[in-house]
Write a protein that binds this ligand. Structure first.
Ligand code: GAF
Length: 389
């Protein structure tokens, strides 16, 4: 479903559930990170793009005061949030992404209006494409629409990130919420996670496409491995004697090697290398130097697999298939994307080979793992928008 169809769909669902038309419709996209993985919480660079998959909400003012009712139109499940008092965590679990954002608005001194809301999402859940950030940024955008108070997109992204930290328990960096709030059609976003400065990188060469390959192995970042990686990076920075790994050079890392455990050394080696790869890849994209960008993607995957240890068998299988198809078959590069431990790969491919590559990856992946992959292409989409209201 494209955004227009999705918008009509959620309006119809709202009408069916609440018996009237919605006054506001808002959406926020998921993302795919082209390169720059596990660098955001190390003050490094990331290079994501918003994808044509969205969390979308339709809403109207509610009759019952002090309450926001939320209807999940896909899973046919509802949640009610009491907004007459400070919003706290609650059930069902998915409502916490929304609750966290509502709490953030309250902390900014905003009196929350009573609302009836219907929502759905076309961002695959647990697929490493930031379904949670899309839901958080979508909620924040709805609050802007319903209160008439716009907030700066960077503030909005930070508010959504805080919700993820405090209500979902994932100590994530700023990448996912930033790209969902600030994405621009036709562009990747080179984000300096230290200064929060963003540079739009055009991605409009019609000869290439980005393919997203979902292994359909669900990833779960709340399980503790993500937080462990973050702590290992902090340990490395402390021992090397820098504020964060952004400030460490490969030389400094080698000098400190004797003082670092093997694991912490390898974590740092990934991060330091990945920050450099990301800056080079952005340059490569600007110059349409696709073979170079592709090689950087493969190198990123190898480091995430061997040094950072956040890949999994199925992600590795996808990358191996892509490497086998190779440049002659139209694949420039491929890597896991997002937090890892399952989820998606992203491949940079020749546009005229998309169909053949999709068929080949799907067939070989099924043979090797017994799992059906879901594969789709996406152009760089716009960030969060108010569609109606
Ligand atoms: C997850 C996090 F939410 C991001 O902040 C980022 O760290 C990413 O994993 C890894 O690059 O998506």
């Amino acid at each position: 479903m494209n955004l227009n169809e999705l918008s009509a769909h959620i309006a119809a669902e709202f009408q069916k559930h609440y018996g009237r038309a919605p006054r506001w419709i808002v959406a926020a996209p998921g993302r795919v990170n082209v390169i720059g993985e596990h660098t955001d919480y190390n003050d490094g660079f990331v290079l994501p793009m918003a994808i044509e998959r969205y969390a979308i909400m339709a809403a109207d003012a509610a009759a019952a005061p002090g309450e926001i009712s939320i209807y999940d139109a896909h899973f046919k499940e509802s949640a009610t949030v009491d907004v007459s008092a400070p919003v706290t965590k609650g059930q069902p679990k998915w409502s916490n992404y929304i609750r966290g954002v509502l709490a953030g608005f309250q902390q900014r001194g905003v009196k929350l209006p009573a609302l009836d809301v219907a929502f759905m999402s076309t961002v695959p859940l647990g697929g490493g494409l930031s379904s949670s950030a899309a839901l958080e940024v979508c909620t924040a955008t709805l609050m802007e629409a319903a209160t008439g108070k716009t907030i700066d997109p960077i503030e909005k992204a930070l508010l959504a990130q805080k919700a993820e930290h405090e209500f979902a328990g994932v100590p994530c960096g700023i990448m996912d919420q930033f790209i969902s709030a600030l994405g621009r059609e036709g562009h990747l976003l080179l984000l300096d996670c230290r200064t929060r400065k963003t540079v739009l990188v055009p991605m409009s060469d019609p000869s290439v496409a980005l393919l997203i390959i979902n292994t359909n192995v669900k990833h779960e970042l709340g399980s503790g491995e993500y937080a462990k990686r973050r702590a290992e990076c902090e340990e490395a920075a402390k021992i090397i004697g820098v504020k964060s790994l952004r400030d460490a050079t490969p030389d400094q890392l080698e000098k400190a090697k004797g003082k670092l455990s093997d694991v912490v050394y390898r974590r740092a080696r990934h991060v330091i290398g990945e920050i450099e790869r990301t800056v080079h890849a952005a340059e490569g994209i600007r110059q349409s130097n696709w073979p170079t960008v592709g090689q950087l993607m493969y190198a990123s995957h190898a480091a995430l697999r061997d040094d950072y240890e956040v890949s999994c068998k199925e992600l590795d299988v996808v990358v191996e298939i892509a490497e086998d198809i190779g440049y002659r078959g139209g694949v420039y590069g491929c890597r896991m994307t997002g937090g890892g431990f399952g989820g998606c790969c992203v491949a940079l491919v020749k546009a005229d080979a998309v169909d053949a590559i999709t068929k080949k990856i799907a067939a070989d992946y099924k043979t090797k793992t017994g799992i059906e992959a879901t594969i789709f292409a996406s152009r760089p989409a716009a960030g969060a928008t108010i569609i109606k209201g």
